[in-house]
Design a protein around this ligand. Sequence first.
Ligand code: F6R
Length: 615
Amino acid sequence: MCGIVGYISKERNPNSLRLGLEALKRLEYRGYDSAGFAFWDAEKKEIVCQKSVGKIAKLEEKVNGNGNKPVLANPIILHTRWATTGEVTEINAHPHSDCAGKIWLAHNGIIENFHVLKQKLEEEGHKLSSDTDTEVIAHMIEKFFSGNLEDAVRKALPYLKGTYGLVVISKDDPEKLVAAKLGSPLLVGLGENEYLVASDPAAVIAHTKKVIYLDDGEMVSISPNSFSITKGYNVQQKKPENIEWDMEDAQKGGHPHFMLKEILDQPESINNSIRGRVLAEEGKARLGGIRYIEDKLREVEKIKIVACGTAYYAGLIGKYMLEEYGGVPVEVDLASEFRYRKPILDKKTMVIAVSQSGETADTLGAIKEAKEKGAMILGIVNAVGSAIARESGVGIYNHAGPEIGVASTKAFTSQVTILALLSLYLGRQRGLSLVMGQRIAKEILSLPGLVRETLNLNDRVRELAGKYKDYDNFLYLGRKYNLPVALEGALKLKEISYIHAEGYGAGEMKHGPIALIDENFPSIVICPSDSVYDKVVSCIEQIRCRKGKVVVIATEGNENIKKIADDVIYIPKTLEMLTPIVSVVPLQLFAYHMAALRGCEIDKPRNLAKSVTVE
Ligand code: F6R
């Protein structure tokens, strides 16, 4: 996701640009598609800006291409962009400037009312050149500027609806770096010879461990020798805190493993996946990546989803959603099988490839095959610009942020969320009622909060893992929307804790797996209060008769279930189609704590790779 750095040196320092770029590079782990910087050249008395699509190394090449002459760059603002509004181009990369090129700004977050602001600014004569929401902020600051940058930023901010972490510099108030925060993280690093502003502690840790975290609504104005934090016009006195982590820990946000960080990140990653895509009043989804094929989508007669592993399980949930609400018949295939089973495809078939990395060889192979047979391809991909994103042509990015832990967690909930949005989109094209559309839209918007609530179960799940950590076999059961969740829960457990776990449809129990059950073979049953609740309860009773231990994932308020379960984990209620996004969370935490208690290497389990680029 986007990263911000601001750098201001207390002394004349010809190395400041290099230091700023190094700080920016420490945010590379978050993923990005373009980068840029702007600085005040104290000798030439001008602001210099450079941007490029791709890696920071490309920006450095540009700097070196200028003969690598030392410049007195002070202050500097730098940014890595993960595109959300506007395509991945140099023009859309940050920093952005006002009409006169005097005010330069980098921004994380999203300005929800940017269309309205842009129109007004254009009516007033401002010339905007990018497709981004960010650019309007630079022009709003220009509008209020009368010599003092801090004042202009303070006056512009109340007009912005949405979230921001931003850093600004100006040619007409050149020795100042102003930063402000609302909803996106921002901190000030207090170095010996410099100040830094960053969206992530990882950027400042090599310079200083003394930081001040800004709170929402706060602004900081930094000059080479002093800084002041304000909220409105009130000065805030804040004590610096010490970062206790080292560099790797900083990237993990202070958590012991990336996997835990990514599980806990899910309210934010889901929020990023749905931001700007839900039209609550109209009961519709707005999916920019597929707007060009809107008419073609109306003609789609069947959908085939291809994916591997966790992404395949997300696809299985997608089938239930797309058939029930999208009104299209769906088949889901393991990508590794798809191309070898001679699938029947035509122009009215849409093949959806779901992939976090966008580099999985089997999924890539499957869509190449489908393309050759004339099918329409749509990618649901997290990694921007990856092979599957490029091969798909049209697609929907997850915007879940980079996933580093090998076991996929936040990508899964994001994939299911995108499939829910797609079901809403197609459903509303095909007669899904306004009322139902509004209900789904509203519930999708409440997902980040529901997942946040579910994450409060962390301690309870850790306790449960302590109780079950010595068992060597587990059965995971679920039905309808939660059958794929059972498969995913079992996969999580086996891949990071090396415990044998099988996922099954609860209705299939009696057709075989019940033979495994005894007091040493516990079952984890996903049994929310939904349309198949009674059926799943019968399955739990069959296990109980055979002395099997049962852990049940149930809906809050269901006290009865305690009578037939050894342990219950309660999850909040949501629409049946969205339950998997909530019910999978305790299973992710369970796998994590089981692996941690058994001393397994969680982020890089044996024999596994994050991107499976071989067949
Ligand atoms: C499991 C896991 C894998 C991936 C699979 C597909 O935790 O991470 O099963 O889901 O290899 O990867 P992507 O989504 O990158 O295509």
